[in-house]
Unconditional design. Sequence first.
Length: 342
Amino acid sequence: MAIDRVLSSDSFGQQEETFNLALRPKTLGECIGQETVKEKLAIAITAAKQRGEPLEHILFYGPPGLGKTTLANIIANEMDAAIKVSSGPAISKQGDVMGLLSNVSTGDILFIDEIHRLSAPVEEFIYPAMEDFKVDFTVDSGMHAKTINFPLKRFTMIGATTRAGLLSAPLRGRFGMLLHLDFYDVDQLTEIVARSARLLNLEGDTASLEMIAGRSRGTPRVANRLLKRVRDYAQVKGTGKLTTDIVVAALKMEQIDELGLDELDRSFLRALINIYDGGPAGIDAIAATLGEERDTLEDVVEPYLLQVGFVRRTKRGREVTKAACDHLGVEYKNNSSQLFDV
């Protein structure tokens, strides 16, 4: 059975989405972290505004929860442009694309999340729209079919993906800027949590904010979600003010340890250790053992475990490291194949 995760950084309810929207920065100046990405965007935005042209197409890629959607909305604000939002799974046919593109004005932004999940026919239909700002739309079928050349206004497409390797080379090549988002460090996350606390009129000392940041897996969305959980706990069990004791108690209740690992992370590691003798083990086998989807493990669990050095990928499968065993308090068995992915 799948485990419900407070740390999940990709799927959440409408209330959680509203909460995060209220905390999102509106300008590059308000945005914390991702300095290299921000600098590149600031130069591109300034240059485009000076020339009176729309921005070139942009692709953001990296783990979920790092700010790809936020940056897309910031770009729209900085360019004084309207933004239309969709996602790869929601665009299933050419008519869906036409519905979006026919309503864009010059300089508008079309943001497509999970762009790697576009179907091949839709992806090919988008190519001339991105390159030449026109599409050939076929109406009717059979002997009555006819193709209409539909000119488009010059727009900016912004794509976001957690799986850049699944993008086809032709689609990736049509983006003028490819920007990778990295995990945030604790200092940056502490700034983000402090900013969110101010917006929520929530009092808390520096130590408590740093503790939340340190358990946020390097991800702002997770940091804001933990802040909300701790805020609720402080309101019900305390005085409403954040303290280290309140944070420790709240996160203990959520089963989040001092490194930010939750029960699914630990279950992943225990499966490797107890069932597969530390590995190597295939990701499909681990997913079947845990009753989780492979995509969940690859997109949400593995990136952080790889970052903290608890798991390594080899050509034969996943292997647990000594650091993970030490963290869980179990004996390490060195079965390393020493064959690492490139």
